[in-house]
Design a protein around this ligand. Sequence first.
Ligand code: GDD
Ligand code: MN
Length: 376
Amino acid sequence: MDLSIIIPSFNERDNIVPIVERIHTALRDEPIRYEIWFVDDSTDDTVDVLSEMEAVDKQVHVYHRDSERGLASAVVAGFARARGEYLIVMDADLQHPPELLPEIYRNLAAGSDIVIPSRFVSGGSDGGLGPLRKLVSWVARVIGQLALRRLRKISDCTSGYFGVNRNVVDGAQLDPIGWKILIEVLVKGRYKTVHEIPYEFLARDAGESKMSMREQWNYFRHLFRLVSQSPADRRFFLFCAIGASGVVVNLVVLSILKYALRVPDTSASIIASLVAMLSNYIWNDQITWRASGQRKWNIKLPLFIGISLVGIALTTLVMDGFRAVGVAVPIGQVIGILVSTVWSYMMNNRLTWKDTQEKVREEVVVTREEGRIRSV
Ligand code: GDD
Ligand code: MN
């Protein structure tokens, strides 16, 4: 079997016949042996439509789940049943044009590990969504890309339409929450190359979207879980959390010095900052970078302090810059803190706790084909 097309479906009775027809039409002239797997959680009579289809069409298979729901877990169940060398996931509602299947397949067969039809490379469009959904979807993507390194180069990491070589997901411990199976695959899959092709996300013909507030919430739970499972992504969050704890340490020490020990204000402030810095150093050494770095403390500590001091200067510089163009000081300061946090994280990662036996850095190559809008 060359190709398995996996389609999660939930109450899509009027879309089943049209999508199967359009898939067959799209692949009619291609020398591809393929099967179609519906993973269906419907509570209406979609399953009857599917069963009839399965009875007359040998290429169609149906797996109906009674006790489970969820788009992403449905796709994982489909991966387990599919026999194709390549796997393509698409929605049942024809918002993902089946006419793109041959092109996705060609790219997979030519060696791309993952192929993503994207709404956001030139020539693509997300016209099928309303303005509010577009905004929510944009914010969700940006947060995902900030949190997870492997999503950063991908323009449409929340796409529900994508293809993979089965080696990408075979053996990966896929355990998604909610909808976004692609982020799970991108974070946990084994792959080297991703290729994006433009497409136009169309409006729905029949039935309605099952997207909900609950799914938005699930998305954040899913991101949180992926970050906590991925050592490299987790580090930055530990670093930020420890930085925040340093503020508390700083204020507690300051209060003790000033009110209990009657130390003069300026000295109290400086000592409090030094204690906080030392506390941050110890936590980062013991937790954030526990597994990495072979330098001795008498090299790491001065590096850490130097980087922190430059960070403070950087915060002030950024704040000053923003103040010069009329931005309020506290806002400029917050931006400065963000910049210096990212900067000091990167410097500490590269210098202070640098791995001397540097592992080969995994590099994923992302290519994209840009073109005119394709309407199909
Ligand atoms: N098996 C199963 N179980 N399928 C489900 C479930 C479920 O609990 N919930 C939804 N589906 C199916 C729908 O029947 C449809 O085929 C597909 O998943 C997508 O659901 P829609 O309700 O049509 O979602 P959408 O159009 O709002 O969002 C889609 O497009 C976005 C943009 O590409 C989804 O594909 C998103 O994942 C995607 O980000
Ligand atoms: Mn849809």
